[in-house]
Design a protein. Structure first.
Length: 383
């Protein structure tokens, strides 16, 4: 009998707006057509997991519960009450206050519609990729309609109750695995990865962008601005993509380098046209190399320059597949020297891409997920 898995994956609101998913469709498309388009866009990990798990003969589907447009389509096609149109961008915030999270699962908003969908699908495995968005009381309800409920997170942890309500936690961050285990929740380390559909095979010598940074850029990341400013001073063609406020850019001296946010396929187009990608982790990563940009960079055939982390050598061969820096000066020195040696840059990028396509794709991660799923389904559920 075919097993089923339902992935719950929230998208950034700005990405949803770019996809035109948050509006009334007025019968122009079906829910099935639109969820396939959205999940195939290249944002996040949910769509890649679904495709990889389907290739392993699992009945795999995805819900994007914070998309008003998608959820309104689903409700209309399934004769459910039309959703209230306000506050969908605050789904994670509304999951926190006790009154809001207890009420929202009973009124036509993000949490109630999600509950209705899970009740209809009744998957063997429910994989929640944004545990911040689902209050513990709702997780307990969802457990009635799924064989096992697994949460995934590699960002700052919410309150303990948002963790302990799951049957298992998986994370790319070892410190989160340790924390969840300490709370009595079985936990498994699983790195992030790359969706091989977006692999670009062009040699770095033919690419137009010398060096690029793609990521969030706010005052909450004080180490980012000095790094990017130093690279920009050394490499005039350096480009910065991501969400950033004008005053933050101005203060950092990076306005002329800024090219706006890019999501999904547009982001992969940028990475696939770049010679070098400069990466940095958020403070939550601590001593570990964790973020998805490492795999997206190498998988897209660009040379990765990232921080020296305790586990980086476990993921890539440092020096031949990726380059690591310990401070800003070293990051700049590496970038400048690579651009001055096109053959070495090309060899590094090619080796990094080969490593990612061999070891770090979501096809490989899905194989690990299936082992986790089958093991959990075979044992009694935690009370």
């Amino acid at each position: 009998m075919t097993r089923s898995v339902l992935v719950i994956d929230t998208y950034y609101i700005d990405a949803l707006r770019q996809l035109h998913a948050d509006h009334k469709f007025e019968g122009q498309v079906t829910y099935g057509e639109e969820i396939r388009r959205v999940s195939g866009y290249g944002f996040g990990t949910g769509g890649a997991y679904v495709r990889a798990l389907a290739a392993l003969q699992w009945d795999a589907s995805i819900i994007v519960p914070n998309s008003l447009g998608l959820q309104d389509l689903w409700a209309s096609e399934n004769n459910k009450q039309s959703p209230i149109g306000l506050g969908w961008e605050y789904m994670q915030i509304l999951a926190r206050p006790p009154i809001a999270r207890d009420v929202l699962k009973w009124i036509p908003h993000a949490h109630k519609i999600l509950l209705q969908q899970v009740k209809d699908i009744r998957p063997d495995v429910l994989l929640v990729q944004d545990i911040n968005a689902i209050p513990p009381s709702l997780v307990k309800l969802l457990k009635k309609y799924a064989g096992t409920v697994i949460g995934e997170i590699a960002s700052p942890l919410p309150p303990d109750a948002f963790v302990t309500c799951y049957d298992r936690i998986i994370s790319a961050l070892p410190s989160i695995v340790e924390k969840a285990n300490s709370l009595g929740v079985p936990s498994t380390f699983l790195p992030l990865g790359f969706d091989a559909r977006w692999a670009t095979q062009s040699d770095t010598k033919t690419r137009e962008i010398d060096a690029v940074f793609v990521g969030s850029f706010t005052r909450l990341q004080p180490n980012t601005a000095p790094l990017l400013r130093a690279v920009a001073e050394a490499i005039p063609g350096f480009r910065v993509y991501g969400t950033a406020k004008p005053d933050v850019l101005e203060a950092a001296g990076l306005r002329k380098n800024y090219h706006g946010p890019v999501w999904g396929s547009e982001m992969f187009s940028v990475l696939g046209n770049s010679k070098i990608v400069v990466n940095r982790h958020g403070t939550v990563a601590g001593p570990y190399a964790v973020n998805m940009r490492m795999y997206e960079t190498t998988g897209s055939g660009a040379a990765l320059i990232t921080e020296s982390k305790s586990n980086l050598q476990d993921l890539f061969d440092v020096g031949s597949e990726v380059m690591a820096y310990t401070d800003i000066d070293e990051a700049v020195e590496i970038a400048v020297s690579l651009l001055a040696e096109p053959d070495r840059l090309s060899a590094l990028a090619h080796a990094g891409q080969q490593r990612t396509l061999r070891d770090h794709t979501y096809d490989r991660r899905a194989e690990s997920l299936v082992e986790i799923f089958e093991s959990d389904l075979a044992r009694p559920r935690r009370s």
